[in-house]
Write a protein that binds this ligand. Sequence first.
Ligand code: GDP
Ligand code: IMO
Ligand code: MG
Length: 426
Amino acid sequence: MSAVVLVGAQWGDEGKGKITDFLAREANCVARYQGGSNAGHTVEVGNDKFMLHLIPSGILYPDTLCIVGNGVVVDMQKLNEEIAGLQKRGIDCNNLRISLRSPVVMPYHKKIDELEDRHTKIGTTKRGIGPAYADKTNRIGFRIGDILGGHDCFKERFKAQVEYKNLIIKEIYQEEGFNYQELLDQVMEQAESLRKYVADTSYLLYSAIKAGQKVLFEGAQGTLLDIDHGTYPYVTSSHPIAGGACVGTGIGPTFIDRVIGIAKAYTTRVGEGPFPTELHGAEGEYLRQKGAEFGTTTGRPRRCGWLDAVILRYAVRINGLTDLAITKLDVLDEFASLKICTAYRYKGELLYEFPDNLSILEECEPEYIEIPGWQKDISGVTSLEELPVQARDYIAKIEELAGVKQAVVAVGPNRKQTIVSHNMFD
Ligand code: GDP
Ligand code: IMO
Ligand code: MG
């Protein structure tokens, strides 16, 4: 087996960065396939902590090729800053490759995102993600390759876009617009500094897979933030689900061997939208503090709640999960008793499948089972056998309810706090 997709099974921030970094020690290649700098992936190694937004979480291994796929919307300023930040810390980023086809997040996308969110109240990260994907789909976006080509037709199209966006910003929102020439100079300079990383990344990935190399596809966000299959409209504008890995890198589905769903041992969400198992009182606050549940990208407090097995089953279905990686089990250490939602109650009826209608979801009440906690510090545990029996029972319950076995359990943020049951590339 050589190609493995890692996908968030909930609403993002499941620990994808940590698990990707851990598995990347064996991988030849790690590719991001969607999202943009809205993502915040944390990797902790020893006393070092890295927050990655656009760069794949394999970058700490100099021999692992790290690909930003065509499905990623690239804020060139942020990417340049991220590269410079890593270089300052001794990570040269020479193993980074960026798709020529990646659409660029322009400063006007960020501005419009911020202005629109005042009305739509989705609670976006204000990173310009929605407007950039909208322009891509509307065929009025710009790819890194277009900018590097620097042809007159690009400049003409760009000028027309800046004028059009200025119209929106000035006329609708009465805010200051952008100067075309300044913007052009800025994006040309930013693209130029990325030139050495730009490549035909689909071909690189195809060649790696054909050569039997080990490839990881690193999802950003999570299943329930998928534009089609998530809790629309409270979603992001891309396809975090496993299917997105093919579209977002230019790799056919028959090349994918395994899909690992990364799930926290409880549930969190940032931004607006329904969340059936959300805890509003002291337990939610406890999870937030113990789990350090504050957004990696925006610093916003994350909403916290019990584990929701209805969501996990849905993630299994939508992504074709073959395995689970269960993270942050240690955050539950002190609870005397734990709850897992097994179904939703809607107008007196029990629903076992995740509703495809937001107005139904908004009225769903979770049905819980209660399981004893372990009330022991498990953050130093290195094997499943060493876990308290209650923790093993909790994992077994998750596997039973989701219908998929775990392959990885994480008991702390650090690379070494990871328990692997079997080789992911077998
Ligand atoms: P991502 O967006 O899915 O990569 O996740 P984030 O990095 O945004 O958020 C996950 C947070 O949990 C980060 O601060 C990680 O360092 C941390 N983390 C990951 N796994 C574990 C774990 O098993 N236990 C604890 N306590 N923290 C973890
Ligand atoms: P990672 O990769 C959690 C949420 C935002 C908002 C919605 C739309 O770190 O898991 P956007 O800026 O994408 O248009 O915002 O999606 N969101 C995330 N939530 N983790 C993320 O990324 C997220 N990226 C976007 O909070 O609700
Ligand atoms: Mg995150």
